[in-house]
Design a protein around this ligand. Sequence first.
Ligand code: ASP
Length: 438
Amino acid sequence: MKKIVTKFGGSSLADATQFAKVRGILELEPARQYVVPSAPGKRYKEDDKVTDLLYRCYNQAAAGEDYQPTFARIVDRYMSIARELNLKVDIMAALNEVNERIGQGASADYVASRGEYLNGMLLADYLGWRFLDSATAVFFDANGNLDSEKTQQVMSGILADDVPTVVPGFYGCGADGEVKTFSRGGSDITGAIVARAVNADMYENWTDVSGFLMADPRIVENPRDISSITYKELRELSYMGASVFHEDAMFPVHKAGIPTNIRNTNKPYHPGTIISLNAPVETAVPTITGIFGHKGYSVISVEKAMMNAELGFGRRVLQVLEEEGISFEHLPTGIDTMCVVVNGEALAPVREKVLSRIVDSTEPDTITVHDNMSIIATVGRGMVHNCGTAARLFSAMSRARINVRMIDQGSSELSIIVGVDDADFEATIRAIYNEFVG
Ligand code: ASP
């Protein structure tokens, strides 16, 4: 039988009206047998997410302040959903227990995890489905990383009976037996874990946008939707900050070859974006899938005659960065120059030290730093089949009078990365978008 795992984000479960939409979506497709809920999110722009209120309670309690007014707002969120939907589950008793545990000094992870735990209880009651406490089925190792093999074994064992189940997102059980959360937005990861455990045909991630857009709408007016994208392309785009999906959630489903569909709870008939291992066979693969970038990089350029003949030169430069805790983003090299692109903010506090250490260890002819540089990635699996993509991209930039400061194209031919001055960031994205999309 076909199996679909659905994960609903916080805004999709923010109040009773949203709960009703979720039930409607589940009823539309009987294969939707597993639900992973987030904690109630914002109902309107200025609203607070329950997870943020829970962290606030924790911080207030830890500082010896009165957290009861904040906790009362959390009670109100859950009680109004329970009341409006006529739910039978004793959510007040569960809330009282959480309140008591906060007062007794419960950990931040425990407190934050209650957002999804309580929402899962409400949802299971509303749907008449089984509730599975994630602390009994998601495990972390002693380093705090997901123990994917143990989790897979236990979760798949529990869910093998094909009973429709609600599995709250965001948390599991740490190596010490205490509740532990993923990083923020981590319910996406729980959804991917459940999808892998039941060997789902599809992992649906329901949120408040209809999938991915080809570019940031604050830069390009009405950018087109991306209807399909591969996991590899998404990795490149989310590296540039394009994600509406937790990056770590990609690995369990990618590994298991399960496609992910990003959908909009408020527009349930919109097909959204499908992320898959290999993109579906389409009549015409678009040349580019998306364009995203970031401002604020610094480029360290080290120049030395006959650098190529000097064994270990690159290693010595990178070793300095490693020892100073700076990770590098790109590494374009010339014959006698080596450029290291790093995050400008990360470099700032150790800048002088890094430069003098590189000088000491490599004795270069010159070393310069160029700040305020943007990196823009134009990503597309269609590039492999199309001659002249780079030519079109650079002509579009030259027509817009943008100076290209750096070029980097991986041998996978999946993306072309350009570096421009921060002042040219928006204009570059628009020029490339207009050239390929129109
Ligand atoms: N509720 C958690 C957060 O706000 C996890 C999630 O929503 O995915 O980060």
